[in-house]
Design a protein around this ligand. Sequence first.
Ligand code: NZQ
Ligand code: ZN
Length: 395
Amino acid sequence: MDNFTYCTPTRYLFGKDTENQAGKMTAEMGCKNIMLVYGHGSVVRSGLLDRVKKSLDQANITYTELSGIDPNPTDDRVYEGIEIVRQKNIDGFLAVGGGSVIDTAKAIALGVPYDGDFWDFYSGKANANTATALPVGVVLTIPAAGSEGSGNSVITRKEGLHKISLRTDFTLRPKFAILNPELTFTLPQSQTVAGIADMMAHIMERYFTPTTDVEVTDRISEGILKAIIEEAPKVIARPDDYQARANIMWAGTMAHNGICGCGRVEDWVSHAMEHEISAVYGVTHGAGLAVVFPAWLTFMANHASAKPAQFARRVFGVNNHDDKSAALEGITALRGFFLSLGLPVTFGMLGIETPDIDLLVKKLHENKGEIIGGYYRLTQADTYEIYKMMLNGDI
Ligand code: NZQ
Ligand code: ZN
């Protein structure tokens, strides 16, 4: 096990009616005049936005709305937000929605006190860990990206379609996150299952590590994965199953708030490969991951099969003593699970008939470096091979 520091300072309010505490929590994070950020209207249709506004009014908090944030959010809305916040002396954010909304709020929060272009943080020109950001609170409506507990923000620069994940230790961790599973009843099935693939990927990116003797962190990860696999069919069968939704929601937060990474090197190649796909083709991030992860794992079954074999045995109960064979059986089980939820496992199923793999590989290595990956170091030839595997799902 490696040395580590673990601190997840976000205050989580979990359960029914917790959104009614949004005003009180916003006041407690020291804000009086905030930006209320949301997406394309799901929170309006569900009545959630009205309840949040009422709660803000009761706490005497004024707000300016920034709405219509797109999935896979882009830099133009961040620049727009920074200007409004500066003009109106806004002192914090309440993001009501999913990862796209939260990440936009985080990017604005970081950009406002900074003298230069906020993109400097995403391009690596400026260090966000030593920067200051305005405080961000969250009312989560979709368990998926895990941004409600992470220090990360993922934004796409429209020029050149660069989708970059900015990772900070603390700067961008939300001050509080309100998690009411009932708010997820209205999710379309396609978003529910994409969220499930995303949270599983967040755990697996940390699970596949070259670090040995991380038994506790391994077992925490395997336990959450097994719980997700058990609860997922229940939310598909009955979208208003409160207990199943509650388990999935908490799993999504635990998957990405750092607990599954303690004491080890993490991988993150599957995310990097997917970010290129969603940047270029605009697909849902979690659906893209359902295509990428089994392909990446297949490459690993051929090159570094020990951990994929452990994953297969412990998460899917595979009983095979040969590592490579066990790993391949685990991949079949993982792909079968994704398919059972209605997730895609090939480019074609994702709606991309003729992907430009040369472009994806070029952008991937431009953004992430010549050789990438924490579990196994991958060259351009390797990532090309992995993208090719996604064409037919014969993995
Ligand atoms: O825009 P509205 O109308 O709100 O609709 C949204 C959107 O279309 C809808 N939705 C959300 N909650 C709903 C709902 N519809 C009905 N009922 C509800 N309760 O769902 C759609 C997707 O929303 P989005 O915020 O895009 O989803 P998600 O949370 O999956 O976020 C995806 C973004 O997060 C990034 C992804 O790359 C992508 O850009 N990620 C962020 C991470 C982070 N900050 O730590 C890590 C992740 O790995 C990920 O990369
Ligand atoms: Zn993700």
